[in-house]
Design a protein. Sequence first.
Length: 317
Amino acid sequence: MSVFNDEQYLRRSIESILGQTYRDFEFIIIDDASSDGSSEIIRESASKDRRIVVMKNPVNLGLALSLNMALNIAKGEFVARMDADDIAVENRFEVQLEFLNKNPMIDLLGSSVYLIDSNDKIIARSDAVADPGILKRIIHYRNVCAHPTWMFRKEVLKDIKEYRALPASQDYDFQMRLYSLGHEISNVGIPLLYYRMHKRKISFDRSISQIKLSRYLRRLYKRGLLLRDEYFGKEQILKVIDTHRATREIHSMSLSIFEKGRFLMKNNSLFRGAALLCVSALLSPYMAYFIYCGMRAKLLERKQNKSAVKGPYGEEN
């Protein structure tokens, strides 16, 4: 877990890991130079549970570098990810470990999630695709596993090494490189995480930088160039995400309209909601691209074999 100024939700997140039914693990927390009360919450938790290992960055290094620090000291056979504002279901580790032990061909495993608001109220359930074959097609349009639900075999780091120090889409790049190296990814169909939806997270997920960098990664992946580090120099990445201020402001307006459209569609105002999505796409080509990728991924999701017999964790038998 990497933490940066997450005091509002941090204690509940830490408690959800310490309360897992599977108890034999080390809990590595990287305090990425937090300036709020996060550091005190981490120290207090560590003083009560010896499984917690704490490292504190003298300056803010960002998510990728902080996670790499944790990977470098991790001792276990498996690595599980967790975000500081989410809540793990109490048997998450138990379920994922059982699945990975029964399915040795799967190297990285995610799960479905419950979407929650700032008050821990469940907003919706987001079901993850389990079929590895369909996931290989979906990766061309979006992430295939929610990052804080990951559990993966540590041995894959012999091939993939670590997270790339990108300003966004680090998890997307990680998954694409796994596929490029011949590894397999899947999800368990039952929700194992309460995934918190708040303005900061939503805005980042749909920011121009995130969309442009994701598009760049897709193009490299399609051309078989994703593993070549010369395409990931600092100047090259800054060039990819560089955007004129006016374009960013228009995109921000487009994002606001998009969110209103999504809200209306979820509340059965389909025509008005769809109209706002169209306006959003017309305002920003980046939002149009985001919507297009989402639609393509959704169509592939529907191809998951509905008639397949499901196992206890949503896997296909």
